[in-house]
Design a protein around this ligand. Structure first.
Ligand SMILES: Nc1ncnc2c1ncn2[C@@H]1O[C@H](COP(=O)(O)OP(=O)(O)OP(=O)(O)O)[C@@H](O)[C@H]1O
Ligand SMILES: [Mg+2]
Length: 361
């Protein structure tokens, strides 16, 4: 089983909490964004408990419509519905003496929440279409990436059911709020996936490590794990860095300053291309050369326009362009971008657009 890696204060607190609750049988609710490690916490709880030699049965409550989920959880008797030719035990029965993980519980239909609440209160249930009451001894762990407090407030989740499943709450924070775990996780995943590469050599260069530290990790630990797997196979830190920078840019677009629509006119682009081909008149240009040169010219032109519109504020220009601040500084230097005359070089995030654009903000 995978160990829970990390030494940040929240991860240390979670490990302590796990030790405190493993043998209490109290219902546990694990909350956190996608990919933070909720399932790993559930597996760790099970593996550390006296139930470890019995099954851990996982049910994805988001994957099935309500009626199917009900028969998945409680099983059914022969003839309970068309196609029920054989009786089938449900997940609760299969998890007897073990643990049931109700994953994505925030997506469970409200009518099924009422039924499950009854089952948790009485500790017994009947299969669908059956009359015999079944008693099981199952530890109930639930997980969700919803904010259930808010769902309860908005009437999307039953309050009584919430209190029943949420005796102990474990909140796993997003990776961006515990970046000190990243080096440990990197080391762990490299060790785990090293075998996928022929020579076992992986280079997480200093540059990539820095980008990893700055990145906001919307996909959390799972995203980091996937990056490491790809890096081991593709061995191309530059490509990975570029991808992360693009992804950072996309994130930034959410808080992007609003500016007037701008389409560079054709004559502007023509003059850029003219310039490029004049420079390369000595011999016929290679496609690669023309691509690189023309792209650089066009990028330069767009960057200069963005800087003009943000009055020389490079942070805001980066947001407009949807690239990282770091990538913009690099490009400004690389392309010899001219800063707008009279513009401020104040890089604060406060929006300072030229007067004529203020009405667009
Ligand atoms: N602290 C950690 N140490 C080692 N591996 C981790 C850690 N946290 C997460 N992982 C790994 O990251 C991946 C995603 O974790 P997991 O499936 O537990 O996330 P999740 O919160 O259940 O995600 P989802 O909401 O998408 O179901 C798994 O491969 C898991 O082993
Ligand atoms: Mg999960």
């Amino acid at each position: 089983m995978d160990l829970m890696i990390g030494n940040s204060p929240p991860i240390r607190r979670i490990k302590d909490l796990i030790n405190q609750v493993v043998d209490t049988d109290l219902n546990v609710l694990i909350c956190g964004e996608s990919g933070v490690g909720k399932e790993l916490v559930a597996r760790t709880l099970h593996e550390r408990s006296h139930r470890r030699d019995h099954p851990l049965v996982k049910v994805n409550c988001a994957a099935l419509p309500s009626e199917l989920l009900e028969s998945e959880l409680f099983g059914y008797e022969r003839g309970a519905f068309t196609g029920a030719v054989q009786p089938k035990p449900g997940k609760f029965e299969l998890a007897d003496k073990g643990t049931i993980l109700l994953d994505e519980i925030g997506d469970m239909h409200i009518s099924l929440q009422a039924k499950l609440l009854q089952v948790l209160q009485d500790s017994e249930f009947a299969r669908v279409g059956g009359v015999r009451n079944i008693r099981v001894n199952t530890w109930v762990i639930s997980a969700t990436n919803h904010n259930l407090d808010e769902d309860v407030r908005k009437g999307r989740f039953r309050e009584d059911f919430y209190y029943r499943i949420n005796i102990i709450k474990i909140v796993v924070p997003p990776l961006r709020d515990r970046k000190e775990d990243i080096p440990y996780l990197l080391e762990h995943f490299i060790r785990k996936y090293r075998g996928m590469s022929k020579d076992g050599i992986i280079d997480i260069s200093g540059k990539l490590e820095k980008v990893f530290a700055e990145y906001h990790w919307p996909g959390n630990v799972r995203e980091l794990e996937n990056y490491v797997r790809r890096l081991i196979v593709l061995k191309d830190p530059d490509l990975l860095e570029e991808e992360i920078l693009v992804s950072m840019g996309q994130q930034m677009s959410e808080d992007r300053p609003v500016a007037e629509v701008w389409t560079p006119d054709e004559s502007l682009i023509n003059s850029v291309l003219d310039n490029c081909s004049q420079e390369m008149q000595i011999q016929f240009p290679s496609l690669k050369e023309i691509r690189k040169k023309s792209l650089a010219r066009i990028e330069k032109m767009v960057i200069e326009e963005a800087l003009r519109r943000t009055n020389g504020n490079r942070k805001q220009a980066a947001q407009l362009l949807q690239i990282s601040y770091k990538a913009l500084l690099y490009k400004i230097k690389d392309f010899g971008v001219e800063m707008p005359a009279g513009g401020s070089v104040d890089d604060s995030l406060e929006l300072k657009l030229p007067k004529e654009l203020e009405s667009f903000v």
